[in-house]
Design a protein around this ligand. Structure first.
Ligand SMILES: Cc1ncc(COP(=O)(O)O)c(C=O)c1O
Length: 410
């Protein structure tokens, strides 16, 4: 890892203090035209010794606005410090985790996975319009039936049809023959431009799609396509646990990636990440954003610089090896849990590189599922599955109680 280091607490605090110093100081400066300020001291406790050890609270109080995208063009002068830390986060993710070539990527901290997925669709829609004069009816979104509903939202907002590809019930793998037939039929209906959302861990199963399978079929039919990887859940696990993973920017089929920091990374809500190759994000330039210094290339407008600082703090508190250890512990717990289920002859799905185990519902009485907070695949009607996610708060101690309860009903 070139950039993903571990810093001491003192160093973290020093660097954040420095970043906040270069955020506009509303107390002592003349910024008459800025419609922003630090948090209201009449309402919030904005000073005191407790802040010395709380760089994130200090950041929320300073309230920098990281509006815009900072990997390209100019940015607002007033928030340089938090923009710099954001750029460092994007560099670690793009170069160290997702193997992008140095300076050949763009990205920003989005509000979450939903926005990052929509940002990708928005970019590709505009790209297809600009490069091929495509109309909306000629475009289509492809994604597996296990894909997160944010893609359906994106389809609705952009008025582009979304077609779900069936997966095998047990392996949760996209059925290649079905994908082939669907693409062939869509072409015969007049579709020419394909946007793919390929999951790097689905919400319910932790299953990982193979983007190369999409590419193979779309190339066979010689259509124009772009592939976006939805790593909202798996982005901070799968590339770390699966060292052979080719779902990254070394893979020419992958154009952009979503990652959420407010899931596995336990950052405050409002911290997703959007990454893409260079020369794509300009497709969503909003020229009318005249009052913002720099280019507005993001769906969201104003956004908290403190969220970027939070992700920066988490990444550099752990460093790569610290994070690797954390993920490894969660995966060991997952393996332990799977062993217990196997011993009980309970059927489940699990991707070996992921920390999600999804049990067939026929083995779990609904009162037990409710008692232990398992999540069903549907809240409407009969569900087929329940999932358990190994996070920091799900320890073997907790799993053991559930396993004992399962044993008792056998
Ligand atoms: C795979 C996947 N994509 C997208 C999202 C949407 O993320 P957010 O809730 O951060 O908008 C989720 C959320 O669970 C997800 O699991």
């Amino acid at each position: 890892m070139k950039y993903w280091k571990k810093f001491s607490k003192e160093k973290l605090i020093k660097k954040i203090d420095k970043a906040l110093e270069s955020t506009v100081d509303f107390e002592n400066s003349n910024y008459l035209g800025y419609p922003v300020s630090k948090l209201d001291e009449n309402v919030f406790n904005t000073s005191g010794a407790f802040l010395n050890d709380s760089p994130l609270l200090k950041s929320f109080i300073a309230n920098p606005n990281n509006i815009g995208c900072h990997t390209v063009g100019k940015s607002e002068e007033a928030f340089k410090g938090s923009q710099k830390l954001e750029k460092e986060v994007i560099r670690v993710l793009a170069v160290d985790i997702f193997k992008a070539v140095e300076n050949e990527y763009d990205g920003y901290i989005a509000t979450g996975g939903t926005e990052a997925n929509m940002q990708a669709l928005w970019i590709y829609r505009n790209l297809f319009k600009k490069e091929y004069n495509a109309n909306l009816d000629e475009m289509v979104i492809l994604s597996s039936e296990d894909t997160h509903y944010s893609v359906h939202k994106g389809s609705n907002l952009l008025s582009i049809e979304n077609v779900s590809i069936p997966v095998d019930f047990n392996s949760r793998e996209i059925i290649k023959g079905e994908l082939d037939t669907i693409v062939k039929n869509l072409i015969s209906e007049g579709k020419k431009y394909f946007m793919v959302i390929s999951n790097m861990a689905t919400t319910m199963f932790g299953s990982v799609d193979n983007p190369d399978m999409y590419a193979e079929i779309l190339e066979k039919y010689k259509v124009v396509y772009k592939i976006h990887v939805d790593g909202a859940f798996g982005g901070f696990i799968y590339p770390i646990s699966n060292k052979q993973s080719t779902i990254n920017f070394k893979n020419p089929h992958v154009s952009s990636i979503t990652i959420d920091a407010h899931k596995m990374l336990q950052a405050p809500y409002g911290t997703g990440v959007f990454l893409c190759r260079k020369n794509l994000i300009e497709n969503v330039l909003t020229k009318e954003a005249q009052y913002v210094d720099g280019m507005d290339l993001t769906i969201v407008g104003s956004r908290s610089g403190a969220n970027a600082i939070a992700v920066w703090m988490i990444l550099f508190s752990y460093g790569y090896y610290g994070w690797f250890e954390k993920i490894s512990t969660l995966l060991l717990r997952t393996e332990w849990f799977c062993e217990q289920l196997t011993n009980l002859n309970i059927e489940y799905y699990r991707n070996p590189f992921m920390n999600i185990v999804t049990l067939k519902s026929e083995y779990v009485p609904s009162n037990l599922a409710q008692k232990y907070g398992l999540v069903p695949d549907t809240h409407n009607g009969k569900n087929n599955w329940y999932k358990v996610i190994m996070m920091d708060h799900v320890e073997i101690h907790d799993l053991l109680k559930f396993v004992k309860a399962l044993k008792n009903i056998k």
